[in-house]
Design a protein around this ligand. Structure first.
Ligand SMILES: Cc1ncc(COP(=O)(O)O)c(C=O)c1O
Length: 487
């Protein structure tokens, strides 16, 4: 598979800083907790624009109705659902912190629900993307099922009140203990390998319950994404080998007291921005379903996984909507009278949140300029891990005399790979300026660590009425010491 190249967003060569030491220091004007009256604008989200005039009304409706939570106020401040992010910074206990829009989560879910109208379906939210309990409870109340990749994610989903019969347990290394819990609770379980099948059979016996199972098959379709987030190709560690399908079908038949094969599953990868890829995979998977049904199995479910990408670059690229995604497989699913399971993570939660940081200082090493912030790879690792691009901007307007330079935005962690953005053309910020990393709702907090003893940050969301609520406590140094108590 050819490695996908992230588009380069480097800007023209940087100007060196005229005054590398202290002229950046400027006191921030305080603007405590003022409720901003402006409501979020209905913006013409460039990412949603399907310029194809023949496109169906599904997409057109979503363009018109699309409302994004992060907007600019008329005086140039970044707002989340009409609340100035700068005001939120002044009121919360510490920086960095994650700031979400609850309404944006609802809107993203509704986009999937509308897209699936007319189909029997389960929207299984991939908890790995973001496991905040308040967010899970919100999604569960909206009607979401859950997709789990560990025993603890299963326990958390149960704790959040998800209906187990709308949950799917995935994974290439599920333990017997976790499978027993899954069997007891009646969640769908994906069969990933020969040993996984043995463990599921054993779990069913221990639980005294038959497991509804799906076979995870690799369609071997190239998702055209970074190789680290590609999963549905032949060399992936996930799923069964196509040529072993008959072996698995025979095994399932042999264990008919323990297993009921109800469906097939595939997951191609993540950040996919071409829906044709999903269609190609669906055609292959439906062919497998036809073969399996021909042997007398009652296959009711096609689980097409997650993977829809988002507009990380904020450059107006055409990113398919949930409606576009479902439309590409709708007729296929209906033609076989199947229930469709989808497993979105990123496209449900990523754009609902940003990581809010403060500028600690600005420096230059002669050839490169750096904005050093209090956030880092510990709180948000995607740029360091995958070279991923996330859009960065300041929360307040710049001043006319703020020199525009090309900067790397880096954290204080003792690693050269500790960067949040590279080669960004930005006005030189005064110390203390708020700086956000956008689209931080997925695979950011859930991947956060305490490296360098940077304790995991608190999380907040803007409620539907515009008030700010804390939805997760920040970790503290005392939390860390607790791991050593009583040893
Ligand atoms: C099996 C499975 N389902 C769903 C997802 C969610 O993918 P995404 O967040 O790209 O929608 C993942 C993540 O890679 C996954 O491994």
């Amino acid at each position: 598979m050819a490695a996908y190249q992230f588009p380069s967003h480097s800007t023209p060569s940087s100007k060196s800083l005229k005054h590398p030491s202290n002229p950046f220091v400027r006191l921030l004007s305080k603007n405590h907790g003022i409720l901003i009256k402006s409501s979020p604008r209905t913006i013409n989200l460039r990412a949603k624009l399907f310029k194809n005039p023949t496109k169906t009304s599904n997409s057109d409706t979503q363009i018109q109705n699309f409302q994004h939570c992060f907007t600019k106020s008329e005086d140039g401040y970044l707002c989340c659902e009409g609340r100035k992010v700068q005001d939120v910074m002044e009121t919360v206990e510490r920086s960095p912190f994650y700031l979400y829009s609850k309404s944006q989560i609802t809107r993203n879910f509704e986009a999937y629900r509308e897209a699936l109208e007319g189909l029997n379906s389960i929207i299984g939210y991939a908890i790995k993307a973001n496991n905040n309990l308040q967010i899970l409870e919100h999604l569960r109340k909206l009607g979401c099922g859950a997709v789990l990749v560990s025993g603890n994610e299963l326990r958390l989903a149960l704790h959040a009140g998800f209906n187990p019969t709308r949950c799917i347990f995935n994974g290439n290394g599920k333990t017997l203990e976790d499978l027993v819990l899954a069997a007891q609770e009646g969640v769908f379980v994906n069969i990933d390998s020969e040993f996984d099948l043995d463990n599921i059979v054993a779990a069913a016996r221990i639980a005294g319950k038959k497991v509804n199972a799906l076979l995870r098959i690799n369609p071997d379709v190239d998702p055209q994404v970074h190789p680290y987030v590609a999963t549905g190709n032949k060399n992936s560690k996930f799923g069964i080998r196509n040529e072993k399908l008959q072996w698995f079908l025979d095994a399932v038949k042999a264990y008919s007291n323990e297993l009921k094969l109800v469906g097939v599953h595939c997951h191609l990868g993540s950040t996919i921005t071409k829906v044709d890829i999903f269609k190609d995979a669906a055609v292959i998977m439906l062919n497998y379903i036809d073969q399996i049904r021909a042997q007398g199995f009652e296959i009711d479910y096609f689980n097409m996984g997650g993977g829809l990408g988002i507009d990380y670059y904020h450059t107006g690229d055409i990113i398919p909507t949930p409606g576009d995604l479902i439309d590409t497989v709708r007729e296929l699913v209906l033609s076989r009278n199947l229930n469709l399971i989808i497993e979105p993570g990123r496209s449900l939660i990523a754009n609902t949140c940003c990581l809010v940081n403060r500028v600690i200082g600005v420096k230059s090493n002669g050839t490169k300029n750096f904005i050093v912030i209090d956030g880092s790879m510990s709180e948000l690792i995607r740029p360091s891990l995958y070279g991923a691009y996330q859009h960065i901007e300041f929360v307040s307007p710049s001043q006319p005399d703020d020199e525009i330079c090309t900067f790397d935005i880096v954290g204080p962690v003792c690693e050269s790979t500790d960067f949040l953005g590279k080669d960004r053309k930005l006005p030189t910020p005064p110390v203390g300026t708020g700086l956000v990393v956008h689209d931080a709702g997925a695979y950011c907090m859930s991947m956060a660590s305490t490296y360098n003893l940077k304790m995991r940050p608190p999380e907040y969301w803007v409620e539907e009425d515009g008030s700010i609520s804390k939805i997760r406590h920040g970790e503290t140094f005392e939390d860390h010491l607790r791991f050593f108590e009583g040893l």
